[in-house]
Design a protein around this ligand. Structure first.
Ligand code: MG
Length: 374
């Protein structure tokens, strides 16, 4: 993959954990059949986005989460959360197990993941067949090169661009992009980079962004600083959005109660699964809070599951949902997720997430495989 840099660290190659769940069933003629589903644990290689990191998630999956799931005998997606509740935290690992079972269960019943999620959403509605895409662009100068990169993404069809920012790299790059593309849906993501300033000082530092028509200013302060974000929100008219500070549906409720955000980033891997993400979306929909579907640097496995989630009509802003080619050439799934002419991604037609692993590419990319059978 190309180099990627944010306030939460940088990457130039991507290791990820893919989880394969196999459900045994009976075929149409009564003979035993097996259906497999895939989930992804997209924790970062180092604990820079959250305390979770890839090797730690691998260990917690093997030592605690998979044994707990197997012991529980759970075969329904809806029961995964309670089966894993004995282990605290480790949301990306939990989301990968739930995601794998969700994919397998929906494939078994011939249902698309998107339809399955929509049928369980309190806000109702059907999934959108075309989902607006968005692209995130990493830190790093000079501004001229950034503007060129945004230009390439806009030409590819993206209508929503998110720039990573940090102190010293905020107003100037955002203003340069805004000047070129007045109608672009523009987000800025600080990944907590203004935490050391505190809310009052950060509000002063970021005040010049108010004239740039941002649709979201994401996570200026620390992960655990809801009160600080509430104070920041009092001092600014910027559309404050939270990401790292919303690890759970309860945290989202607290944030809204405190006035710590006006917009929510809903991310299944951060919230411990797709059903928690769905509950968070229902909270936002019922309170009229604009929400969008966030992502990590996932392969097509996690990306297709995020696409299913992002297709739900409650998401009112385009999310971190880019085509396979944004980070990986080639991606490990078929068909790859390709950007349509209107800057959107089509929901795949097939059951489950609608994409399959390319076995040859998976073989080539695999460094380790473990089977933890019942
Ligand atoms: Mg973010």
């Amino acid at each position: 993959m190309g180099h990627w840099s944010s306030g939460a660290g940088s990457l130039s190659s991507r290791r990820s954990i893919l989880v394969r769940a196999v459900l045994s069933a009976r075929g149409p003629d009564g003979s035993p059949a097996e259906v497999e589903g895939w989930g992804e644990c997209p924790a970062m290689p180092e604990p820079t986005y959250s305390a979770d990191y890839l090797d730690g998630e691998e260990q917690v999956l093997e030592r605690f989460l998979v044994p707990a799931l197997l012991r529980s005998g759970v075969v329904r997606t809806e029961d995964v959360r309670s089966a894993l509740a004995g282990t605290k935290g480790h949301h990306p690992a939990k989301a990968s197990l739930e995601g794998a079972l969700l994919d397998a269960e929906t494939r078994l019943s011939g249902t698309r993941t998107a339809d399955w999620l929509a049928s369980r959403s309190a806000s109702g509605g059907r999934p959108r067949e075309r989902v607006p895409a968005g692209v995130a662009i990493g830190l790093g100068g000079p501004v001229g090169r950034l503007v060129e990169e945004v230009g390439r993404r806009v030409e590819e069809g993206y209508r929503r661009v998110k720039l990573k920012i940090r102190p010293g790299w905020d107003r100037e790059p955002l203003a340069a992009v805004r000047q070129q593309w007045p109608a672009l849906v523009l987000f800025a993501d600080a990944n907590g980079a203004y935490a050391a300033s505190g809310p009052e000082e950060a509000a002063k530092e970021l005040a010049p962004l108010s004239e740039l028509g941002l649709a979201a200013l994401e996570q200026p302060l620390g992960d655990d600083d809801l009160v600080g974000h509430a104070r920041f929100a009092e001092l600014t008219d910027l559309p404050v959005c939270l990401d790292e500070a919303l690890p759970s549906v309860a945290a989202l409720g607290s944030a809204l109660r405190l006035g710590a955000c006006r917009v929510a980033n809903i991310k299944a891997s951060r919230m411990g699964g797709y059903l928690n993400a769905l509950s968070a979306l229902d909270v936002c929909t019922s309170r009229g809070v604009p929400a969008w579907c966030g992502g990590m640097v996932e392969t097509g496995v996690g990306r297709a599951a995020n696409l299913a989630l992002a297709s739900l009509p409650g998401f009112s802003l385009p999310g971190d949902l880019s085509a396979s080619g944004r980070f990986f050439a080639p991606d490990i799934v078929v068909p790859p997720l390709v950007l349509g002419p209107d800057g959107d991604l089509a929901l795949p037609a097939g059951a489950g997430s609608g994409v399959d692993l390319d076995a040859r590419l998976l073989d080539r990319a695999s460094t380790r495989r473990t089977w933890l059978g019942a």
